[in-house]
Every structure is written in C-alpha cells, then in structure tokens.
Design a protein around this ligand. Structure first.
Ligand code: ADP
Ligand code: MG
Length: 663
C-alpha cells in the first residue's frame, strides 16, 4: 500500500539559502519556489529525488531524518529486521568484508539483517513474466519511487503504463515478514530519500548517511568486530540492481540497440526527456527503464556524491564474489518457497491542480523579459527551465522569477550601468559648470574693482597726452612719443572695457528678431583676410526668436574673430544655424589649428590666451560664456588639433531658448 499523505521529505534551513537558483534549476519536478528570499520546497510537487540536497553547496537543503523513530523501534520488544539495499558495497568501501558491516548493524540492535537483493531477485522474476505476457504494450519500471511519484503527479495518463510490481524493498518486506513473523518490524537501509515515502508496509527507512551517524553515536568501529553473514534468504544476481541497467542484468535482458525494445534513461534530464518523447508517441519500446538518479548508487542518501564508476566497480566485485559462492540449489529453493507471495501493486493518481495559463498571459511575461519574437527565445536553460516559454509559465504559476533569466538580467545590468554612466557624466558636467561659474564670479568681482580703478587714471593719461600733443610744435619729435602713449593708453582702455563688460552684472534685454538675418549680419563686422572663405547656412523652421541683440552680437563676433585668428594660413569659417520648436542652435566652425587637450579645460578662464602679447586678452570666451548663461543657454566646444586624426579645426556650438523671459 502506498503512503497516502506523502510526508515532507526535504526542508530548507532558514538563512542558509543564498537564492542561487541551483536547486530550482536542478529540480526535475520544478517543485521549488522562491519565497521571501528562500528557496522553499513545495511538498505537493516534490518527488523526493533529493537532487536539491545534493546540489546545494550551502547545505540549505536537508532531508527528513528518521533515526529517532528507528531507535524507538529498536528499544521495543519487537523483532526489528534491517533490510540492507544492494548498493551498500558502494557506500561502505572501507569495509572489505561485508560480514563486518552486518555485525555492526546487529550491534545497533537489529535482530536480523537481510539483503534487499533477494527481493530484487523475486521482483526480476515478476518483470520477466510481465515482459513475456505484456505483448506490445509498453511498461515503465516502477522500482524508483521518485519516478513513480513524477508520473503520478505530472503524467497521470501514463500511470497505467507503470509496471504493477512492487519494488525490491517492498518485496523483501513481505518475504521477511513471511519468514520471520508478521509482527516483525522492517527498517529499510539504503541510498534513497524517496523511499521514505514509498510504502506504509515498511516501518522505517534509514539512509546510509543516517546509518553511519548511528554507528558514530554509539562509538562503533570495525575494530574487534566478529564477522557474521547476512540472515537468509540469500540473494543471487539481484545484487546488481542498484547500478543503472541493473534490472536488465538481473533478468538477462539487454538494451541492445539492435533489439530496440528497451530504453534505459537515467538521471534527471534523461528520464524527463524519455517520458516526454514517449508521451508524444515519438518513441516506442516494450520497456522503459527509468531511474531518477544515475543508478541508486548515486542516491542522495550516500555520503559520497561522486565517483560513480568506482562505485559500480565495488558493486560488480561484490556480485562476482557472491555468485561464485552462491549455493544455487538453496537459492532456487528459497525462490520457490516465496513464489506464492503476492508482489503486485496498484497506483493512485495524485491530483494536484496545475492550471495552464493562457497564451496572452504567457506572451506578456515573455515580453517583460524582452522576448518579443521567436528569435529572442534563446532557450539557454540558465534559468533551470528547458525553454523560455516554460520559464514564463513558471513565473505565472509563482514558481520562478524573471531575474532567473540570465540574458535578461545581464541586459538589465547593462542598462543600469549605462544610465549610471550617463548620470555620472551629467554630474561631472554640472560640477564643471559650477566650478566655472564660481571662478567667473570671483574673477568678475576682481575685474570690476581693477577696471573701475584704472578707468579714471587712463582717462587722465589720454587727456593729458592729447593736450601735450596739441601744444607741441608739429615737427617736435615728442609728438611720436605722445602718439604712442595715447595708442597704448587706448589699448589699456580697451582691455579695461572688456573687463567691465565681463564683470557687468548685465541684464538681458531681449527683443524679437530674425536670427537668420542677425547672424548673417554678424559676419559683416569682422575683418576677413583673403585666404579665408566664409559661408553661412541655415536649416531653420522658424527664424524668429527673442534675445539680447547687443549681447548676442558680442558672442558671434568674438567667436568669428577667434576662428579667423586660428587660421593664420587660411581656411574656412562656417556658420550654421538650426532650430527646434524651443531652441536655437548656432555653430561657428573653422578649419584652424584646433585646441589642445590641456587647453580645452582652460578655455573659459578669464585672461587665458595663447595669443602673443598685445594680440589677445583672454576675455572673449569668458564673456561669451556669461552671456550664453544669462540667456539660459549652453555652450560646447569640439576641437581637433592633431592632423593625424583628421582635419584640424574647432566647432563652438551655442544653444539658447527661442524665447527668454527675463526673470
Ligand atoms: P583671446 O582670443 O583674447 O585669446 P579668448 O577667450 O577669445 O581670448 O580665447 C582664449 C583662447 O582660446 C585663445 O587664446 C585660443 O588659444 C583659444 N581659442 C579660442 N577660440 C579658438 C578657435 N576657434 N581655434 C583655436 N583656438 C581657439
Ligand atoms: Mg578672442
């Protein structure tokens, strides 16, 4: 009889789970859900394969332990029989004589120790009969309880294909009770976790791991232990059962490809693929031997998770030795003795309601993960699902999260990095602008002070020089000197005027004008050397804008003058204007020397000039900057001074709002 309420087999150790999704990925039944930052097992979906326990590197998944229940049995007055699974030679590799292990088990308190493999011998006989009588009907072996659960939960329509034969564990239980008394208590000891929920006929189930723990608790070691043999009945070839294809070996059946009537699929991916293909009628075979682990020797109750091939060798060595010493006559007698025991079983479908979501809902979830078209479905399986569609369905069912999609998460990460970079850039531009305006404010104060103080004495110098010039005789050589004084004083006044312009807390006095005509006109007021060609172009939708004409004229002429001065050997000065609904953009570009990288940072600093003394004041660009800012606009520069990288030259771009209100 099956256990009706499958007990909870796997538990999550709170706070150990780091939500790495490994268990979600590795769970063949998709029975793990992420809840509150923990990967929780959904009991109604769990098939008890123990994969999650095996793969969790954090030890956050543990399985049901039943040592206390076994101890209680051993402390009772009943005869307690240990039924040891045939995979024991692969677990207790350090014990070369199996009889030592048998004695250790007796020392814990078991009255009898029998081998489950005799049950396997009996079961194999039943399978042989079934194959002979089953005609062409496919039968799925039912000795792996995880596979049986999987089919019952997820493929109920295939339950009728499960072989109606008990597992070797249940077979030995019935045999042991027949031999040693119906009141005897049975404890199965093996590598399997799913066994803990297989049958109510077996009183308790221990894993090899738990058995070892019991040995340790009682301080039992192999030293000073007298070897004793298993209790009868003794098994034959059934001992090979725990390796994959074990059943085939036991009944001398082969999965030879030329016969084509048996398919063996082991391990979580293969058995699911085989079931799916079988369900879609893609494969036909008389016999599907399915094992959830890669043979019972790889079960979660073993203490060593790997070394599959050396484990197989341990089993075959044990079987070889066993068959060499087998009392065949006695074995046949035993088989005959128990052949009237009923080894049949039935299966009950487990009805868990899995509502299939609609196509629209699936498409919506897929779209939220950036999967618009079939080509976006990478089906990379990083999320743990076979396809993006299956992942989307699991998200709808509340089992999975979109973050489990690696390509989607990486893309999201890239987007975040990009937007972070953009914010960073904006921040540093804003910081630079702030520094610049602070600098300008300081310079402005200083300049205003100096300019104010210098303006008067300069006026006096100019005035007195002119008076002296007028008073001097026309052939007096002093006239030349006086003219020089006046000229230089005028230059100083020019500089001081520039300083005042720059420092002035100017008010913008906007008025409406045609900026196209205005810009064209600005070219007229600069001196154009013959070796420089000047062009003007415009792509404007609406040339009417509001701006301070005096100030913008200063901006344009200063930029144009700088451009001309940057082309001592000739070149091209281009002015291009364009607009949007709200903004005017003016570009002044030249094919001049360009600006070096280190000078780019200094451009708008007052008095920064690379021109010869007397040629430049270094006040043009700071003035432009101030005016553009007062217009609530922006100024930017692009320049190349390296001929190897392409044509040298500079482009100043100014953007100002179409309409400026003077608030
Ligand atoms: P000035 O023209 O008196 O030197 P500006 O503030 O107008 O002062 O310009 C500062 C400096 O910026 C210039 O000396 C020059 O080195 C550089 N500069 C400005 N415009 C250009 C340009 N179009 N091409 C190359 N360098 C330029
Ligand atoms: Mg200049």
């Amino acid at each position: 009889m099956e256990r009706t309420n499958r007990s909870k087999l796997v538990f999550t150790v709170k706070n150990k789970c780091r939500v790495c999704y490994t268990c979600v990925r590795e769970c063949p039944a998709k029975a793990i859900k992420i809840i509150n930052g923990q990967a929780e097992v959904l009991d109604e979906r769990c098939i008890g394969c123990g994969n999650c326990v095996k793969v969790c590197s954090q030890g956050a998944k543990v399985f049901l332990e039943t040592k206390d229940e076994v101890r209680a049995l051993l402390n009772s007055n009943d005869l307690v029989i240990a039924c040891v699974a045939p995979s024991f030679p692969a677990e207790f590799t350090e014990i070369s004589d199996h009889r030592i292990l048998v004695s250790l088990i007796r020392k814990i308190g078991f009255g009898k120790v029998v081998e489950v493999s005799f049950g396997a011998d009996m079961v194999a006989k039943e399978y042989k009969k079934l194959f002979n009588n089953n005609g062409n009907k496919t039968c799925i072996t039912s000795d792996c309880p995880a596979i049986v659960s999987y089919i019952k939960i997820y493929h109920p329509e295939m339950v009728s294909s499960l072989a109606p034969i008990v597992s070797p564990m249940v077979a030995i239980t019935r045999i042991a009770k027949a031999k040693y008394g119906e009141n005897a208590k049975i404890v199965f000891i093996g590598p399997c976790l799913a066994k803990k929920a297989e049958s109510v006929e077996v009183d308790e189930i221990l894993t090899f791991k738990e058995l070892r723990e019991m040995f340790n608790e009682q301080g039992l070691t192999t030293k000073n232990v007298e070897p004793t043999e298993f209790d009868p009945p003794f098994s034959g070839k059934g001992a090979i059962f725990p390796v994959s294809r074990g059943l085939l070996h036991t009944i001398n059946k082969s999965d030879d490809i030329s016969e084509g009537n048996t398919i063996v699929a082991e391990g979580k991916n293969n058995f699911i693929a085989a079931i799916n293909e079988f369900e879609k009628n893609k494969i036909y075979s008389q016999h599907l031997e399915l094992l959830c682990c890669e043979g019972c020797i790889m079960g979660p109750g073993m203490t060593k998770p790997d070394e599959r091939y050396s484990k197989r060798t341990c089993i075959s060595n044990y079987v070889k030795e066993k068959l060499n010493n087998l009392d065949v006559e006695q074995w046949e007698k035993d088989i005959k003795e128990f052949s009237n025991i009923d080894l049949s079983r039935t299966f009950k479908v487990e009805n868990i309601k899995i509502n299939k979501p609609g196509e629209e809902e699936i498409a919506k979830v897929l779209l939220s993960m950036g999967k618009k078209e079939p080509k976006d479905h990478l089906n990379c399986r990083a999320c743990g699902y076979q396809t993006c569609r299956e992942h989307a369905i699991a998200i709808i069912e509340g089992l999975a999260e979109s973050e489990m999609c690696l390509p989607y998460t990486i893309e999201k990460l890239h987007d975040s990095i990009n937007s972070l970079n953009i914010s960073n850039e904006n921040l540093s531009t804003a910081q630079q602008a702030l520094k610049q305006s602070e600098k300008l404010a300081h310079m402005g104060q200083l300049s205003a002070g100096i300019a104010h103080e210098l303006n008067n004495p300069l006026g006096v110098i100019t005035m007195y020089s002119n008076i002296l010039k007028e008073e001097a005789k026309s052939d007096d050589p002093i006239i030349e000197d006086l003219e020089l004084i006046v000229e230089q004083a005028e230059r100083c006044k020019g500089i001081v005027g520039g300083l005042l312009n720059f420092a002035r807390k100017n008010q913008v006095k906007p008025s409406e004008a045609n900026i196209e005509n205005f810009t064209k006109h600005s070219i007229d007021s600069i001196i154009k050397p013959n070796n420089i060609s000047i062009s003007f172009s415009s792509e404007m939708n609406d040339p009417i804008a509001m701006f301070d004409k005096d100030q913008l004229m200063q901006v344009l002429t200063n930029l144009e003058k700088n451009a001309v001065e940057a082309m001592p050997n000739g070149g091209e000065l281009k002015i291009f204007i364009t607009d949007t609904d709200d903004e005017i953009e003016i570009n002044v570009s030249d094919t001049g020397t360009g600006i070096s990288k280190e000078n780019m940072d200094k451009l708008f600093t007052p008095f920064f000039t690379t021109k010869k003394p007397g040629k430049g004041t270094g006040l043009g660009l700071p003035l432009i900057y101030g005016i553009v800012k007062m217009h609530k606009g922006q100024i930017s520069v692009q320049s190349n001074d390296d001929a190897e990288k392409g044509e040298t030259g500079t482009n100043f771009k100014i953007k100002i709002p179409r309409i400026i209100n003077n608030s």
